[in-house]
Write a protein that binds this ligand. Structure first.
Ligand code: FES
Ligand SMILES: [Fe+2]
Length: 445
């Protein structure tokens, strides 16, 4: 058991701090709450670790973190996907200091203990220096006990009471299917050369914002102005005028997952998605090539080249947006790294993948900085102790704005804060819950 700090839980009145339509500022500013989140939220529920396409071959690995626990996600020599704790069982050093690579073994740089990529301790320099009762299997690396993949997306948890991954994903699974199956049964490759950005604010600002259709017309004004220079209505303009009267919607999916659907703002005809995109320098040559090569089929490929117009957010750290995936990595209570990974599809023409890359440069470069400045300024604003509450009450108390279906998915107009309220309740549940977190030693032979 990694954590038994019941005192911490008693010190905080969670029902007071997380109310149905507002949360206390300390949820974003209190360093002790942050430390506890790194254990309970990033450990007590399924957390996205990596995509299988990042470790396609035997012995491939990538290093990352589960909360603040350093881990190595790998495909071992027997083709099993594991998440080992990057923590030598001798005196605690990390055993792997590369971001990614291919290795059958890891030798700790401190005193040279060597582990197989199954986690087994295989070598100790000058072994005669250890007494006869030195029992190697006890010194195998620890690992995340529950690691499961869904269509290439690898998740892990330390909580024995967590539901299975499919149950956990729930309705988010169906939306992930829709995202992957824009090209039916697509083999998605997550590109390793990611775009990393750090902002001076709490990680939950990114999570809140992922289902916030209210801010777009204001925060991303310059981006909309670019589109405005063209005379027709372009991408995201639909957020600017009375978005609640349009067909877009926001959903709280349960288990902390959220969704904004922009797709209904597009006409249902081939080519509509492509034609509604903002201008992107240099893409005309690719469009011409695709039209020449594919004729009637060109509109289909062009629609696939641009973003999905889906914003699916899987608690606590994965955003599936446009064509890219974004991973939230909390660094400190007021510091967060956001990593944006482009994706390509194995089966489509090269020109389509080039255009997808182009599209993926667009919003991360011109939109996310707008968001990040707001996150940093929220952190600054919340530093005022005397003003305590963060409001997320848009739509709250107006029951005819919302619809709840048979799976308890709540749907409302796109500017509602219903999904933000929903996931904070899941956050509270995890912060209050009694569960055991387990770091499992790699099995003995
Ligand atoms: S800390 Fe790893 S071998 Fe000593
Ligand atoms: Fe935004």
């Amino acid at each position: 058991m990694l954590h038994g700090n019941s005192e911490f839980k008693q010190d905080y009145d969670w029902d007071y701090l997380i109310q149905p339509e507002r949360v206390h500022r300390c949820v974003y500013t209190d360093a002790r709450i942050f430390q506890e989140e790194m254990i309970r939220i990033f450990g007590g529920t399924w957390v996205y670790l990596a995509h299988e396409s990042e470790i396609p071959n035997l012995n491939d690995f990538k290093t990352s973190n589960l909360g603040h626990r350093p881990i190595i996600i790998l495909r071992d020599r027997q083709d099993k996907i594991r998440a080992l704790f990057n923590r030598c069982t001798h005196r605690g050093s990390t055993v792997c200091r590369e971001t990614r690579g291919c290795a059958k073994t890891f030798t700790c740089p401190y005193h040279g203990w060597t582990y197989s990529n199954t986690g087994k301790l295989t070598g100790v320099p000058w072994a005669k220096g250890y007494a006869a009762d030195f029992h190697r299997p006890e010194f195998n690396l620890g690992q995340i006990p529950w690691v499961e993949s869904y269509r290439g997306f690898i998740f892990g948890t330390l909580n024995s009471e967590a539901p299975d991954l499919i149950t956990y994903l729930g309705r988010a699974k169906d939306l992930l299917d829709q995202w992957i199956d824009r090209f039916p049964n697509a083999q998605i490759t997550v590109q390793s050369s990611a775009h990393k950005m750090i902002y001076q604010g709490n990680w939950k600002f990114t999570y809140d914002n992922a289902a916030d259709g209210y801010h777009v017309a204001f925060s991303h004004r310059s981006l909309l102005a670019v589109a405005n220079r063209l005379e027709t209505e372009k991408d995201m303009q639909y957020f600017a005028h009375n978005p609640d009267e349009g067909p877009m919607y926001v959903q709280y999916l349960g288990h902390g997952h959220m969704f904004i659907d922009q797709r209904p703002s597009y006409e249902k005809r081939a080519g509509a998605f492509w034609q509604q995109q903002r201008p992107q320098p240099g893409r005309e040559a690719y469009e011409a090539k695709i039209r020449e090569k594919w004729g009637d089929r060109a509109d289909y490929w062009l629609d696939l080249s641009i973003g999905s117009q889906m914003n699916l957010t899987i608690f606590p750290n994965l955003l599936v947006v446009g064509n890219q995936i974004e991973v939230i990595e909390p660094l400190a209570v007021d510091r967060t790294q956001l990593t944006i990974y482009a994706t390509t599809i194995a089966e489509v023409p090269d020109e389509v993948n080039v255009l997808r890359m182009r599209t993926q440069e667009d919003f991360p470069s011109f939109g996310i900085p707008d968001d990040m400045i707001n996150f940093a300024e929220c952190q600054r604003g919340l530093s005022i102790p005397e003003i305590e509450w963060v409001a997320m009450n848009r739509g709250f108390g107006i029951s005819d704005r919302h619809h709840i279906d048979e799976d308890d998915v709540i749907t409302g107009p796109v500017t509602d804060e219903l999904a933000i309220r929903g996931y904070h309740q899941e956050w509270k549940r995890l912060m209050k819950a009694d569960f055991k977190l387990t770091a499992q030693a790699v099995e003995h032979d």
